[in-house]
Design a protein around this ligand. Sequence first.
Ligand SMILES: [Zn+2]
Length: 387
Amino acid sequence: MVLRGTNQEQARPYNRRIVLDCIRTQGPATRGDLAARVGLTVQTVSTIVRELEEQGYLLSSKEAPRGRGLPPTTLHLNPDGGYAIGLSVTPLGVDAALMNLAGDMLGSASRTCAHPSPNQAFALIEELVAEMRALRPDGRMLGVGFAMPGPFDVQAMSFVGPTTLDGWSGVPVRARLEEVTKLPAFIALDTVAAALGVRLYGEGAAMSQFYYLHLGVGLGGTLMQDGVPVRGAWGNAGEIGHIPAVPGGLPCPCGNAGCLERYLSLDSFSSRPEGQSQAEWVAQVTPIFHAAIRTIENLFDPLTVVLGGIAPAELIEALVATTDTLPTSISSRYDRATPRVTASVGHLSVLRGAAALAVSGVLSPRQETSSPDRARKRDPFSNGMAA
Ligand SMILES: [Zn+2]
């Protein structure tokens, strides 16, 4: 979906975001393409493009002449027009990465810390953000995006377990992040951030609809519909790890028994019986994994289920290799052009998605801010320019 601009002079800051967003999400374009896509005149688009070029967000290039007439100028994002830092906290520690506007990862760093408390995590985040900023000391830092495991603030499920973080309930996470990083901060569930990373830069780049299954310390999942993650009423629509998988099965810290992530998660993998090989573990969980895929497919009718997460690549690939023999579901179609399950390896999807959250949070027209005054002060377009 492309937002439309408005042909009113006072709307120029909004239109600037619309034009930049269009190139960011739809790729390089000429002034004429842009005008048609966002519903502005070519003249208005040309003025905005000139401003965005002066500010370093856009670059232009001319194609080689073909036939008569001047070739049109194509406008691209300037990869170094801005940077964002993706952050992720897990029961294993804190990770950070620096991303440019083109989605390239320029560096990453991690700190190991078992079940970090908020104070421990924010101290590590301060260090990691300083390290990431030092990679581009003169770069325009747009903001930080923070991915954390859920669920957020569910009183009846405020349990402590190997796959959850203790002591984070009621913590003003965004305010603390902005205090230690001095940058605008944006927050999402880890599985939502990873799904965004896959959608924008990974296996989901050509798909606006898919289901992303996140094999982390626990297990999460996010439906991406029309290119947007489905978050639920309270932002917790990702706790597929707590759907019932085995009646009367292993007790779960959530208070129930037989939850899916008691069997299918890094926590379950790393606490497998001594001497059990990866192949043996995969064979053991395959029926449960396949039942979960069947449930997901029957509920959401996805183009594909993308399996990713912080688990080792060979473990994700071994699970995906079992899906040649999936049980029947509404996804068993003769006209499929995509596999029912695909792998997304590399642990950077979470950090990429978190950084992307900051880029769109700061630059896109649907700016998510708590205070309009603060938004103006930090508006990356307002420096030295008349609104
Ligand atoms: Zn559970």
